[in-house]
Design a protein around this ligand. Structure first.
Ligand code: 2IT
Length: 447
């Protein structure tokens, strides 16, 4: 396999799919040397097959807004790879959603899910629906319209959606309600991230952020460091940022910044429990403004419009919002301000230039598909509970989540330790995830 040639072919077939091509390039660069030691992979054309989704559904979503006007959005479900289990992955509602974004996310999800140790294939879905400024009624009508098309392509043994950016517990509720009405199937395990009274798992809402901090802790420990009294900057204020802020604080870190599309909130004394509790309130208001935190806690929080979280001096940077939210210049600014660790919590949160800056300056860096895998792993635990018709305690789920994050870290160490002894977490995560999916594809023949 030659990365250049595969990339040239892909660019010809899928022109302009920049996020997708970026995600593929990163994985292929990591796996090239090891792949080429496996002639059986080459003979079965594993790489050529793994970069194409199994199938993609796109559909029109039409609904009526509060003014009585007809709105039309595009809906998607990318069923990327089912070699190790049914398709599994979130649904993203964001105005910038397009096929490239969902293909990149489905591709990443395939390897991430492989890392979790659980039997889940990779999928992703979503819509260019913009939740900002929408009422509760509008969100419900949109979700119902979205599901009228999607329902026939998902199921407990085929494809299990969950939340992602713009799709939280409220949206999963509306989606699941409509699914049951249309499909007349009442198994609780068709979607994850459900409410606690209808099959949801304790700790699923917190799991992505908690898992990310367990992983960060392992990265720090392996490097002979810890999070105690270290300053942490977090981007975003959604579900993932919320869980990360809570666990970082609980472990003794000081969260000095959270951000939004409107700017950054600087919290010099560290985020408080009241502020953490306020994050989901800000999110579900659909205002999409982090400034609301400064308005609510004016004596403790300073809002700086138009700035990113990366402008705030910190030891540890945790991107928790969107792809490519931390670029080369941001990485340089962080490093100049003394940052020595960046754990990517969002999917592909750092640009290739940013990762290069971190790695070439000896900054501890770990990629999203390892760091944020606790979210989908806990979705896997939710599926297990649903299939067993039982529910585990928070302690049981937390212990399993801990164990899974430890396994992922171990896999990164196994596949990412370099001849000079340092751990390349990007290579480690990509190779570990790829080898598992590739082996499963190989054993199941040419399909
Ligand atoms: O990016 C992700 O891993 C998610 N949005 C969670 C997917 C899931 O199925 O829980």
């Amino acid at each position: 396999m030659e990365v250049k040639k595969i990339m040239a072919d892909l660019e010809r077939k899928h022109p302009g799919e920049s996020e997708f091509l970026q995600a593929v390039q990163e994985v292929l660069e990591s796996i090239e040397p090891i792949y080429n030691q496996h002639p059986e992979f080459e003979a079965a054309k594993i790489v050529e097959r793994i970069v194409e989704p199994d199938r993609v559904f796109t559909f029109r979503v039409t609904w009526v807004d509060d003014k009585g006007e007809v709105q039309t959005n595009i809906g998607y479900r990318v069923q990327f790879n089912s070699a190790i289990g049914p398709y599994k992955g979130g649904i993203r509602f964001h105005k910038a959603v397009n096929l490239s974004m969902l293909k990149f996310l489905g591709f990443e999800q395939t390897f991430k899910n492989a890392l979790t140790t659980l039997p889940m294939g990779g999928g992703k879905g979503g819509s260019d629906f913009d939740p900002v400024g929408k009422s509760n009624g509008e969100i419900m009508r949109f979700c119902q319209a979205f599901m009228t098309e999607l329902w026939n392509n998902i199921g407990v043994d085929t494809d299990i959606p969950a939340g992602d950016v713009g799709c939280g517990g409220r949206e999963i509720g509306f989606l699941n309600g409509m699914y049951q009405k249309l499909a007349r199937k009442y198994h609780t395990g068709v979607m994850t991230g459900k409410g606690m009274t209808w099959g949801g798992s304790i700790l699923r809402p917190e799991a992505t952020g908690f898992g990310a901090l367990y992983f960060t802790n392992l990265v720090l420990k392996t490097a002979g460091k810890d999070i105690k009294d270290k300053t942490v900057a977090i981007s975003g204020f959604g579900n993932v940022a919320w869980g990360a802020a809570m666990k970082a604080t609980e472990l003794g870190g000081k969260v000095v910044a959270i951000s939004g599309p409107d700017g950054v909130c600087h919290i010099p004394a560290g985020i408080t429990a009241e502020m953490i509790d306020y994050m989901p309130v800000m999110r579900s208001s659909n205002r999409n403004k982090v400034q609301d935190l400064a308005d609510k806690f004016p004596s403790l929080v300073t809002f700086v419009p138009g700035k990113k979280a990366w402008s705030v001096k910190c030891d540890i940077a945790l991107p928790c919002a969107f792809q490519n939210e931390l670029n080369g210049d941001d990485a340089k600014e962080l490093i100049a301000n003394g940052t020595w660790c960046c754990c990517e919590v969002s999917n592909m949160g750092c640009t290739p230039e940013a990762i290069h800056e971190f790695q070439s300056n000896g900054i501890l860096f770990a990629p999203g598909k390892a760091v944020n895998a606790g979210g989908v792993a806990t979705s896997g635990l939710e599926m297990t509970q649903n299939c067993m018709h039982i529910s585990w305690t928070g302690k049981e789920v937390d212990e399993r989540l801990h164990h899974i994050m430890e396994s992922i870290h171990e896999a990164c160490v196994t596949f990412g330790t370099q001849p000079d002894g340092h751990i390349d977490y990007v290579k480690g995560a990509n190779i570990a995830g790829f080898m598992k999916v590739a082996q499963a594809m190989l054993e199941q023949g040419i399909i």
